[in-house]
Design a binder for this molecule. Structure first.
Ligand code: UDP
Length: 311
């Protein structure tokens, strides 16, 4: 198949490109390299089935080759990056999404949207099922991303209803693994880097807030299963690991696994930082036959190894 992956030079995108190349597909990897990096895809560039195109989805995009599937992953995903130019973040999720839906429509291609657990905001229901409509502060600093992604979902379903397009909406929860950007400011990358360098581990707030982390390889399996599910399955479907723990617990685990002498230091909690998060993955189990397999310790060991090699 001919498959377009936007955000293909990013953390999740590059793993997805790699996996789909092993399945012998032809991959067109689109990225504006704002948070994505050529370092993530250098090892793929000699593969004749891989083509990188530097492009921002906010601008219209046309391609001569037929497309069978489009994975739309293009959007800065870490709070520091999506808040750097919030208007641009909203544009990627509205104008950019319209451009990609239009492209998929023209090619009669199936399209998958990388949505996010952020559509639930700071959730009042726990764990979060897909029919929970969320608790987002629409005027806060995270709104450019949260409301942007909510608008993207609305656009997907409008194109589906208006034009009968084959759509898939996957809501991705916190994901970690090799190739996470060092400067992303995410909790897993920060803690591993700080531990390896013997710096203080920065816990925002009390550290009692919770998250549930899914290892990248499992997430990629879920995305591919979702894309190739029967056409009636549009989603939204949550993809994530329901194993929930506090941020403090994560810090202790990382210190333990790296054998670091790093100390915990407490900093202010960012505004609108969700207190808890855990996916309800019953739909993913039922409709995709998917659930994550790699546990936290195994996933952290692999990630720490990758960070050590890159440092
Ligand atoms: N966090 C932290 N220290 C850090 C980076 C993040 O305590 O150095 C916290 C952050 O406040 C949040 C959680 O870890 O409660 C997850 O943050 P991340 O940015 O990785 O993901 P998100 O908030 O988007 O789930």
């Amino acid at each position: 198949m001919n498959i377009l992956i936007t955000g293909g030079a990013g953390f999740i995108g590059s793993h997805l490109c790699e996996r789909l190349l092993t399945e012998k597909h032809k991959i067109f990897c689109l990225d504006n390299l704002f948070t994505g990096s050529k370092d993530n895809i250098n090892h793929l560039e000699n593969n004749p089935n891989f083509k990188f195109i530097e492009h921002d989805i906010i601008e219209p995009f046309f391609i001569d080759q037929d497309l069978d599937q489009v994975y739309n992953l293009a959007c800065p995903a870490s709070p520091i990056h999506y808040q750097e130019n919030p208007v641009r973040t909203i544009k990627a999720n509205t104008i950019g999404v319209i451009n990609m839906l239009g492209l998929a429509r023209k090619h009669n291609a199936r399209i998958l949207q990388a949505s996010t657990s952020e559509v639930y905001g700071d959730p009042e229901i726990h764990p979060q099922p897909e029919d929970y409509r969320g608790n987002v502060n629409q005027i806060g600093p995270r709104a450019c991303y949260d409301e942007g992604k909510r608008a993207a979902e609305a656009l997907f379903f409008d194109y589906h209803r208006m034009h009968g397009m084959e759509i898939k909406v996957a809501r991705i929860f916190n994901t970690y693994g090799s190739r996470m950007a060092f400067e992303d400011g995410r909790v897993v990358s920060n803690f591993i880097l700080q531990s390896l360098k013997g710096e203080n581990i920065t816990i925002y707030g009390s550290g009692e807030q919770t998250r549930s982390f899914c290892y990248i390889d499992n997430l990629v399996d879920g995305l591919i299963k979702m894309m190739n599910s029967p056409k009636e399955i549009t989603g939204p479907i949550n993809l994530g690991n329901p194993n929930e723990f506090t941020i403090k617990h994560l810090a202790e685990r990382v210190i333990n696994l790296t054998g670091s002498k790093a100390k915990l230091v407490y900093k202010d909690l960012p505004q609108d930082d969700p207190q808890k998060r855990q996916p309800d993955i019953n739909k993913a189990k039922e409709f995709l036959g998917w659930s994550p397999k790699i546990d936290l310790v195994e996933g952290l060991e692999k990630t720490i190894e990758d960070f050590k090699n890159r440092l």
